[in-house]
Structure formats: structure tokens, C-alpha cells
Design a protein around this ligand. Sequence first.
Ligand code: FPP
Length: 224
Amino acid sequence: MNPINHVAIIMDGNGRWGLKYKNSRNAGHKAGINTVEKIIKESIRRKIKFLTLYAFSTENWKRPQKEVNYLFNLLETFLKNRIEDLNKQKIKLKVIGFKKFSKKLNKLLRISEKKTLKNKKLQINLALNYGSKIELLYAFKNIIKKNEKINEKNINRYLLTKNIPEPDLLIRTGNTKRLSNFLLWQLAYSEIYFEKKLWPDFTESDYGKILEKFKKTKRNFGNI
Ligand code: FPP
């Protein structure tokens, strides 16, 4: 049985779900929050230590301003309403990405990270304004600036995921098979599972089934 320590998720399909059921992409994002809550709960129940959620990519800025604003308002409300409880549950929140948001959101993110810094039950890495290519470029540039050797260890030290173990498993919902500039270096040996359901329809039980399947997968890491 494979131990499972870190699950990364591309939460895809909110827009399609919203259009299908409520005639509004944003309604899909709102519904997506419920799935986030369910998956956090199930991750704790299953003693997973790291959960990385792709909430906003460096490419998502290309979306209509109204949708971008809606997403950040949703995140703000989520943090305001939920951070005390997440803290009580001993959840640590960490943002991976470039914190270039409104002053208000930057502050809220900083406070949320600080408040939960010492928690050890589950670490949620929220990928926000995250892009893997730019992350790697910054890592290489910083290594060169510091006159250090370009090797695996140093690259890991300069990534936004410094001190976070590599994901054991990547799940992408929404019936699309691509990585969308997510953790390209860190996923080198992760198992990947593409789920047909749209993110708002994804349940604890769907999640559980994937985790059980993962546990039984033979992982070779290049060996035989
Ligand atoms: C991708 O679906 C989803 C996003 C870009 C945003 C994900 C955000 C949430 C689930 C809510 C905020 C999260 C937190 C943690 C508070 P899409 O819009 O690309 O869907 P589509 O492929 O159907 O268009």
C-alpha cells in the first residue's frame, strides 16, 4: 500500500457547471467552494498532510474582469468566514504564487498565513497567481544571482514549494487532460488521475475512490 502524504488538485469545471445549471460561470465558482470544504474535511479524515489547490493561475488574468473580481471576492469571503475555524482545526494555510493582489487581499492572505503558521494537522497550499514556468525561471535566476550551483537540491530550495514534499498524486477534475502550467517540476513522479466530473459535482466518495486506487498503484520511480 502506498502511503499518501500530499495531494495536488486542479479544480477544473466550475465555469461549465455554472453555465449548465445556473446560466452563470460565477455560480459555478461559488458552488466550487462547497467542494473545497468537502475535500479539506476528507483529507483530514484520511490523515493527508499536504493539500495543494490550484485556485488561480498566472494565465487566469486573461479572463473577463468581472469573473476575476468575482473569484477574488469569493476567496476574500472564504478566508474571512473560515480562517478562525481552519485554525481551530489546526490547518496551516500557505499561499504559493506571486502575491500581487489588492492591498486588502494581500493583507488578508498575510494574516491568514501568520495565524496558522504553527499548525500541523494539514497544510493547505493555495496556488494563487501561480505559474510553473515563471516559478522555474525565478528559481534559475536567483541561483545564478547568488552564484550557486544549478542542481536539483538548489532548484528545490528556490521554488515557491520550498520545504513542501512533492505531490504523491495529482487529480484534475473536469474531463480535461492537461497540466495547465501547474507544478511541472514537482509532478515529475506523481501519479496523475483525470476525473470526468466537474469540480462542483466532485464528492468525498469520488475523492476516496481515487485515493484507494492510488494506494494500490505500483510506484517504480524509474526502477522496475
Ligand atoms: C477552474 O474552473 C477553476 C478556477 C479557475 C477557480 C477555482 C476556484 C475555486 C474552486 C473557488 C475558490 C477557491 C478557494 C480555495 C477559496 P474553470 O472556470 O476553468 O472551469 P471551465 O473549464 O468549466 O471553464
